[in-house]
Design a protein. Structure first.
Ligand SMILES: Cc1cc2nc3c(=O)[nH]c(=O)nc-3n(C[C@H](O)[C@H](O)[C@H](O)COP(=O)(O)O)c2cc1C
Length: 84
């Protein structure tokens, strides 16, 4: 299965989580800032992680998500989390 892990991280928490997930799945985690994050072949599973900042997501993550099409991945998993 072709798996891609992408993340948007300001202070490193989401990056660490994405890298742990990618390692477990035998995939590579790329920041949405990385040009290669946008130009990959369609994948079977796309995992995208990002955090909440003032109840919203980072503009770079919004741009990345907007760049995706229904053909970018057969399945997609996006996660944000609530942090106290
Ligand atoms: C300026 C700022 C605003 C935040 N706003 C929220 C928020 O609205 N909701 C939330 O659950 N966490 C919020 N957080 C917490 C971050 O989502 C949390 O620390 C997250 O792990 C940061 O991920 P990153 O290290 O990948 O950037 C905020 C953090 C910062 C610095």
């Amino acid at each position: 299965m072709n798996i891609a892990v992408r993340y948007c991280s300001r202070s490193g928490n989401t990056k660490a989580a994405a890298e742990a997930i990618a390692e477990e799945l035998g995939a590579k985690a790329l920041s949405v800032d990385d040009p290669a994050a946008l130009t990959g072949e369609p994948v079977d599973l796309l995992i995208v992680g990002g955090a909440l900042y003032a109840y919203g997501i980072d503009e770079r993550l919004k741009a990345y998500l907007s760049s995706l099409t229904k053909d970018s991945a057969k399945q997609a998993c996006r996660s944000t989390r609530w942090t106290l």
